[in-house]
Design a protein around this ligand. Structure first.
Ligand code: BGP
Length: 460
């Protein structure tokens, strides 16, 4: 392994999100979010958000584990309903703010740079009940009010901000926005893409707000980037791969970084029969509020093949199919291990956004795991980390401006789809879906591997 191209001031981190680690779902004034409600629907089958790994009460121990690991950054999210329990209050919840003040202060005191996500899948349920959440234009003002509150409180100590996590995932899994998956497809996407549009306007206002006040700080989105590869060298496969990747990942990045909705995205909506309600002045809002850092959630590649006899008049989602590559290893949940994909993906980002700094906000390998004599021998996770870090180093060598690596996840946590069964952590938490036990933390083999890698890199 040769990672000498990675600069000495590189941030070595890890990642989590509030509803997946905190627990304390109703403590000290916290309201309920759509992530809570969504998890309660599955409470009889798997872990929900009520306790998870109880980071809310174990944050000091968890930061100690980060420090011992040698982390120099930690990407986490602030729970929106801990700050505005229903979403529409005029004043924030002081206890909520106090929790994050102590967390951030403690991280900084331990030499760990906080990378803070404002909204990671957990819009307050109050806003969804009141006016439908992001589908309503009022949601823009409510998000901007929340973001402004965070910037007023933490702007002097946090210099790395992420606005919205994986907006494209919210659109596809629209129940995370409070839009029923049972609606007819066209109607569901009509609502979801209107919500998507409102999120774009909201984040643009927050970019402007922050960059006007803190010209040296970094702020941007955290985008799900699924590098999309053609199944063959046939141009038909290459075109669908390009169009899918553009529609799903690059449209989100283009809006945030270039301040304009790309034509290829607008064309897709027309093909889908979707029309977005806009107001005059919206284009100016987008062009005046641009991100200056790119958060990239990168796990795997996807491979697509063009369906026969399809015309360009059909939406991209109907003109291709995803296929598995027999040469790649897949997790039990169908995510491949394709490390050169991150090198290729990062090169594409440089082609498109030049030297814009990039934070790898998520990247990780999931497994079902069980303690063996207090140990976890997570060989695949170590191999995944090693190969992906190597490929990132190659990309850096090529000139890509990656500034921080934050694998998913620092600690075992509630998986969005699969409860406690699907684990990603460097730190194991001894609990199952239904048996909380003592929530004891154990360092996995990957923890020691990463600790060693960071120390060697810093000493070299
Ligand atoms: C990303 C999310 C994370 C995380 C991860 C793994 O989409 O930003 O919150 O959960 O994917 O997904 P899952 O939990 O479904 O395995």
């Amino acid at each position: 392994m040769d990672i000498t191209a990675i600069p000495k001031n590189f941030l070595w981190g890890a990642s989590t999100s509030a509803f997946q680690v905190e627990g304390a779902y109703q403590e000290n004034g916290k309201g309920l979010s759509i992530a809570d409600i969504r998890s309660f629907k599955k409470s009889s089958k798997q872990l929900d958000t009520k306790v998870t790994v109880d980071h809310y009460h174990n944050w000091e121990e968890d930061i100690q584990l980060m420090k011992e690991l040698g982390l120099t950054s930690y990407r986490f999210s602030i729970s929106w309903p801990r700050i505005f329990p229903m979403g529409d209050e005029q004043e924030p919840n002081a206890d909520g703010l106090a929790f994050y003040h102590q967390l951030i202060d403690h991280l900084l005191a331990n030499g760990i740079e906080p990378i803070v996500t404002m909204y990671h899948f957990d819009q307050p349920m109050g806003l969804i009940e009141k006016y439908g959440g992001w589908v309503d234009r009022q949601s823009i003002a409510d998000f901007v009010k929340y973001a402004k509150c965070l910037l007023d409180e933490f702007g002097d100590k946090v210099t790395h901000w992420l606005t919205i996590n994986e907006q494209a995932v919210l659109v596809v899994a629209s129940d995370m926005l409070g839009i029923s998956l049972d609606l007819p497809e066209k109607e569901r996407f009509q609502l979801a893409y209107q919500a998507n549009y409102h999120m774009w306007l909201a984040q643009a206002q927050v970019y402007k707000l922050y960059r006007d006040q803190y010209p040296n700080g970094l702020i941007g989105p955290a985008i799900s980037y699924i590098t999309t590869l053609p199944a063959s060298r046939k141009s038909a496969d290459m075109v669908v791969a390009k169009q899918l990747e553009d529609f799903y990942s690059f449209a989100q990045m283009d809006v945030a970084l270039k301040g304009k909705i790309p034509q290829y995205f607008q064309n897709e909506l027309i093909k889908m029969g979707i029309s977005i309600v806009t107001e005059s002045g919206d284009a100016t809002i987008l062009s005046q509020g641009k991100a200056n850092v790119l958060g990239v959630n990168w796990y795997c590649t996807t491979i697509v093949e063009a369906l026969p006899n399809q015309t360009q008049q059909m939406p991209i989602l109907k003109r291709m199919k995803r296929i598995e590559d027999p040469d790649l290893v897949y997790t039990d949940w169908g995510w491949n291990f394709d490390s050169q994909g991150i090198h290729y993906g990062l090169r594409q980002l440089m082609d498109r956004y030049a030297e814009t700094p990039i934070i790898i906000t998520e990247c990780g390998w999931s497994e079902k795991e069980k303690l063996e004599d207090g140990e976890i021998h997570d060989k695949m996770r170590i191999a995944y980390l090693e190969e992906h870090i190597q490929q990132i180093a190659y990309a850096v060598e090529d000139g890509v401006n990656v500034i921080s690596f934050n694998p998913w996840s620092f600690i075992d946590l509630l998986s969005v789809g699969d409860g406690m069964e699907k684990r990603y952590g460097l730190v194991y938490v001894d609990r199952t879906d239904f048996d909380e036990k003592e929530l004891k933390r154990y360092k996995k083999d990957s923890y020691y591997y990463y600790q060693n890698l960071i120390a060697n890199h810093q000493q070299s």
